[in-house]
Write a protein that binds this ligand. Sequence first.
Ligand SMILES: NC(=O)NC1=NC(=O)NC1=O
Length: 174
Amino acid sequence: MDMERVNSMGFGEFVDVFGNIIEKCPLVAAAVWSQRPFSNLEDLESHFFAFIDALPRSGQEGILRCHPDLAGRDLQQGTLTAESQREQSQAGLTSLDADDRLRLQRLNAQYRERFGFPFVLAARLSDRDAVPRELARRLHCQPESELRTALGEVKKIGHLRLVDLLGAHPARVE
Ligand SMILES: NC(=O)NC1=NC(=O)NC1=O
């Protein structure tokens, strides 16, 4: 899909295509549509990220709360979005043994208890050993910095989902 096609999309088609760039937050795509035309993937992405950055803290925490736990209930029940299902299975989270799954669920619960939002990490850039390690590490961070870290992961997930849809930007040959 090229940028000409993206820029020609009506509102409905744009939200159909980009509504889950930010997990379960089609509002972001609905807002970004009015910023068209976009010059390239980075430009489009910058509008998604600017919307998130401009939200009040409650809105940013709301974005995080829309993310399903890693190896959590949604994964067990098969109710993940297609993107999340793919990302979590690529990180090996669909084949955890009972002990590892229970450990991750306990860590997720501790994390949510401490911060009031779920642990979010770009699963495609991680793996089944790194996820619990990173969760245990971030569990001890300060709330302010952890909010920023978590939103950074939302942006990594969003970037990878945009690359899936638009194709990676060929390296410029100077
Ligand atoms: N809590 C999460 O981090 N969820 C997720 N990370 C991903 O990369 N996909 C998810 O569903």
